[in-house]
Every structure is written in structure tokens, then in C-alpha cells.
Design a protein around this ligand. Structure first.
Ligand SMILES: Nc1ncnc2c1ncn2[C@@H]1O[C@H](COP(=O)(O)OP(=O)(O)O)[C@@H](O)[C@H]1O
Ligand SMILES: [Mg+2]
Length: 256
């Protein structure tokens, strides 16, 4: 991990609250350029809150720096123009716009030249074949390829991927993982959030385990991260069993 603030996304003390509920507590982590950093945690752990907090689309306290530049006070659109891109959970395409227009909207948002739409379609040849199809009728894999191409339009320095692999066929997952690994090789700081490591194990350089809004472990390499995640989940399970033993759930509803 580079101590040099240039060449990394640095998140310090990030806390995200929704009303009185805290989704993320004082999270500090580093996402170096040229590597794939993972955040793994079960549903509800705060992965999306972390990525949205970094992108600026939920309000957060703490700091977010890219290559030493403070982004903490910028709106999402300004962060996007400064080189932070997100593939959100659930994809969030415009289903009633065609593939071309989905990409054009991003080109306009980022103030890119019209040629950037063509360049984006070159990343996955299937997108060119589907250019006039409504995004809503594409397969899950095609939609995810569209979202990834859209995210890459501004040549981002930081790429946030929220459950990129969920629900996709293994060959699509493999192709997306290969794309992500080559982006990291090109110098992008990739942050991959997943509820299980699965097929991404071999492309993960380093990562963090997130449980209930807290980072409970950090590891180098996908295999070490996977085993740290399994141990952390084992500890969680033990806590749940102990809590249930202390307050047993009645087998039948008590009669008032
Ligand atoms: N918009 C929201 N309003 C209120 N609570 C939310 C909202 N989004 C997420 N949460 C809560 O914050 C916690 C973390 O959620 P999230 O960041 O979506 O976790 P993950 O992505 O790891 O599943 C959960 O308890 C979830 O219910
Ligand atoms: Mg999520």
C-alpha cells in the first residue's frame, strides 16, 4: 500500500447515517491505483453506503481524497467530472432509452465529445450490436456491460463497483472480472463491493471485511481476504447463537 497520497483513493473516518440509524461507522481505508481492492460483507453491512458516501450521493462525515485532492465537499456530478465513477447496485439504467442514448446522457453529464459514445461501445462489441435496443430489454449481462462502459466514459481515476457480479451468468462474470483486472493494470483505483468473493478471488489485490458498518479485518490477496471473511462471519454467527441462547425465542406465541 502506497503511503503517497498521489496514486490512491483515501477514505478517512467516513460515517453514514440515515436518520438515527448508522450504516457506516468511522471507516478508514485506502484504495491504491493499479490494484483491485475489495470490500466484502453480508447484506446490510454498509457496502453500498460506503460506495455512495465516496461518490457523494449520500451525506457522510469524514474525508474522501483522490490523489491527495479533497472531494469531501463536492456534489456527485463534480466528483464524477473529477474522475470518480460508480457502477451502482441494481445498475440504474434508463430502461426506456436505448443503449446509445444511455451512453449519450453520460457523455453530456461529463461534457465529453460525441465520439465518446462510440468509444464506450467499443469496450464490449455486443453493445454496438444492441445500440438501438431499449436498455430495459437487454439481458442482465448486457445491462451490466452497458453500465460498466458508461462508468468508464470519463476515463475515471477511481472506479466503484457495487455488487457488479450479482445474478450474472459465470461467463459474463469472467468477462467483467477480466475487464476490471485490466483497468487496474492501466492504473485505475478499483473498489469492488461484494457479499461473497466468488469468481473475483483471483483478481483481488487486497481488501477489507465490513460487518455492521465497521471494518473488522484487512488482508492482502483474495484468498486471505476470503478466509478472514469466513472467520468474521463465524464470529458473528457465534454471537447470534449466544444472544438467542440468552433470550430464547418462544416456540409458540405466549397467550396474553
Ligand atoms: N436509504 C436508506 N434509509 C434508511 N436506511 C438505509 C438506507 N439505505 C441503507 N440503509 C440501512 O443501512 C444499513 C447498510 O445498508 P447498505 O449500505 O445498503 O448495506 P449493504 O450494501 O452492505 O447491503 C442497513 O441496515 C440498511 O437497512
Ligand atoms: Mg448494497
Amino acid at each position: 500500500m502506497s503511503p503517497d497520497p498521489a496514486g490512491q483513493l483515501r477514505v478517512e473516518g467516513l460515517t453514514v447515517r440515515y436518520g438515527r440509524a448508522t450504516a457506516l461507522t468511522d471507516v478508514t481505508l485506502t484504495v491504491p491505483r493499479g490494484a483491485v481492492t475489495a470490500v466484502v460483507g453480508p447484506n446490510g453491512a454498509g457496502k453500498s453506503s460506503l460506495l455512495l458516501g465516496i461518490y457523494g450521493s449520500v451525506s457522510a462525515t469524514g474525508t474522501v481524497q483522490v490523489d491527495g485532492e479533497d472531494m469531501s465537499r463536492l456534489k456527485p456530478i463534480a466528483r464524477a467530472r473529477a474522475g470518480v465513477a460508480i457502477v451502482p447496485q441494481g445498475r440504474q439504467l434508463f430502461p426506456r432509452l436505448n443503449v446509445w442514448d444511455n451512453l449519450r446522457v453520460m457523455a453530456e453529464t461529463l461534457r465529453l465529445p460525441g465520439s465518446s459514445v462510440d468509444e464506450a461501445m467499443d469496450r464490449f462489441p455486443i453493445l454496438r450490436a444492441r445500440a438501438r435496443f431499449l436498455a430495459g430489454v437487454l439481458s442482465g449481462g448486457e445491462q451490466q456491460m452497458l453500465v460498466v462502459s458508461r462508468a468508464l466514459m470519463g476515463a475515471p481515476r477511481v472506479l466503484l463497483l457495487d455488487e457488479m457480479m450479482t445474478g450474472l451468468a459465470p461467463h459474463v462474470v469472467q468477462s467483467l472480472c477480466a475487464t476490471v483486472a485490466s483497468l487496474a493494470d492501466e492504473g485505475v483505483a478499483v473498489l469492488l463491493a461484494e457479499p461473497s468473493i466468488g469468481a473475483a478471488r483471483s483478481i483481488i489485490t487486497r481488501g477489507y471485511v465490513l460487518i455492521r458498518g465497521d471494518v473488522v479485518a484487512s488482508e492482502e490477496g483474495g484468498w486471505a481476504l476470503d478466509s478472514a471473511y469466513q472467520s468474521a462471519m463465524g464470529v458473528e454467527l457465534d454471537k447470534t447463537v449466544a444472544a438467542e441462547a440468552a433470550h430464547p425465542v418462544p416456540a409458540v406465541d405466549p397467550i396474553p
